[in-house]
Design a binder for this molecule. Sequence first.
Ligand SMILES: Cc1ncc(COP(=O)(O)O)c(C=O)c1O
Length: 396
Amino acid sequence: MSPSNAQWAQAGSSVWMGGAKRPDLCFVAGSGSRLRDADGREYLDFVGGWAVCALGHSPAAVARALGGQASTLLHCSPGYWNPPAIALAQKLSSLSGFGRVFLGCTGAEANECAIKLARKRGAATGAWKIVATLDGFHGRTLATMSATGKPAWQGLFGPKVPGFVHVPPNDIGALEAAMDKDVCAVLFEPVQGEGGVVPFSVEYAAKARELCDKHGALLVFDEVQTGMGRCGSWFAFQDLGVRPDVLTLGKGLGAGYPLSACLTDAKFDLFEPGDQGGTFTYHPLGAAVGLAVIQEMERLDLVARSKSAGLALRAKLEALAPEFGLRDIRGSGLLQAFDLPDPTGQELVAAALREGLLLNSPRPSSIRLMPPLVVTDGDIEEFGQKLKHALIAMAA
Ligand SMILES: Cc1ncc(COP(=O)(O)O)c(C=O)c1O
């Protein structure tokens, strides 16, 4: 007999490094918006692998790309050219309008690339500070943790990488006050994801653009979470009406395979040989997956679907709001959130789990929804029912 959830949990906790709380839940298979655990129970997944599984679970297009590329050219080192990585860079360039593309594996790696690019450019004038935002999230390497504005991380793993200044999101006055000749970049997510789905205003983005131009700093948008159709456009900057100088992508780009990118204009590509790289950068396998993901997104028109499904999801939440006191329903496309009247987010996550629905609570009172972009109308209907049952159970 195959091991149960509890047996896997016991086995895992004796060998995985610490650092994350997990329920006794081990997933063994998935398809579309559904996951199946080791006890044979099915779940409707509105966590989507943390906004990753754009094409749903185990998509055939990704399986085909992996099989085809693995049996053709698995790896050759980024010291040589390879066709899929060139083709993916060309495709991302034509979708985004940025002429230069770095391909890595994780969002943090893409952000490290952006930080290094900004520091390299700043070095010419002695500028080295990067203005980021409170509650912004950029990854878990030392530099990206230093860029991250989570108050709970302030004292961790010191000393931090110096040079990061944090300002409150959407506070134009604070941004203006933070800008000076030492600033080489302004960095934020168009919608703070881990921070609880906090969108930046069009006015703030326009002011950030203006201030970066005035001070000769790079405007860097971390779209690791918001990019690749998640918010109803290929890139969230397109809805803000402001073009950054540097754009980072991850998560949905590989739709479950580790793949990330940092994009910029040719004039800002100041890297010289040796400045930026890594064994698995420009990886043919990841690039083949990225291309297949984009082709499948185009074939299924998933950017438009993200927008329309997002509206249907919002309507469901708005219908439940009066009865359960749900507040501040926000976000766009398939990155949505709402607040509960009390800091009971984790309780609702647990109640939803019992109903067979996966939810995420990034802040004590907030619930974040990031289902696959292939989520169906039937899935959204079922989500509404399961959420309602979970809310009733929690109230009881
Ligand atoms: C906006 C943003 N940037 C960067 C990251 C880090 O990406 P990764 O975990 O792939 O390194 C995340 C991950 O949640 C993210 O949401």
